[in-house]
Structures are given as structure tokens and as C-alpha cells.
Design a protein around this ligand. Structure first.
Ligand code: FES
Length: 89
């Protein structure tokens, strides 16, 4: 993914904003990533990615295209409707 691609699609928060937030604020808990424009407080799809950014803001970006990421989120939403548990912090 590219820096301006959206990680939290619910709240339109980009990878760049999240990485900069994590570098600047050094959150001690992954749930604190939600203080960056409410990231992760919607459907929960992005939470595993927020956890990775919080743990290592200088780490490798998700190795998928933004369109694949959005497609996988759509599949996650179908699974939620079918009863799968929402991702959580
Ligand atoms: S994509 Fe982040 S909460 Fe839905």
C-alpha cells in the first residue's frame, strides 16, 4: 500500500496519518490508535493493521494494493453479517 492509501476506510484515515501519529505520540496500547481521527472505531476491519502500525510505525506497509485491501474488507463485512466476531483491540 502507498502512504496516502486509506487504512481505516470507515473514517478515511490514511497510512501516512497513522504512521505519523504513531511516530509522534508513541501510543503504548493499540487502542490508542483510535485517537487518530477515530481510526478503528467503525467496522473493526483495520484493527489488525492498526496494531501493526502501533507496534512498529517504521515497519513494512501492508503488502497488498488498496483495491485488494478494500475487496478483503467487503468480504469481512459479509462474514460479519454471517455472524463472525468483529475485530477488536
Ligand atoms: S475500516 Fe477502520 S473501522 Fe472500519
Amino acid at each position: 500500500m502507498e502512504p496516502d492509501d486509506l487504512i481505516c476506510l470507515c473514517y478515511r484515515v490514511s497510512l501516512r496519518k497513522l504512521v505519523n501519529y504513531a511516530r509522534r505520540e508513541r501510543p503504548s496500547r493499540a487502542s490508542q490508535m483510535s485517537q487518530c481521527l477515530d481510526a478503528g472505531t467503525g467496522c473493526g476491519w483495520c484493527i489488525p493493521f492498526l496494531k501493526r502500525i502501533q507496534a512498529d510505525p517504521d515497519g513494512v506497509a501492508p503488502a497488498m494494493s488498496a483495491s485488494d485491501y478494500a475487496r478483503d474488507r467487503a468480504k469481512y463485512h459479509v462474514r460479519l453479517r454471517d455472524g463472525e466476531t468483529k475485530h477488536g483491540y
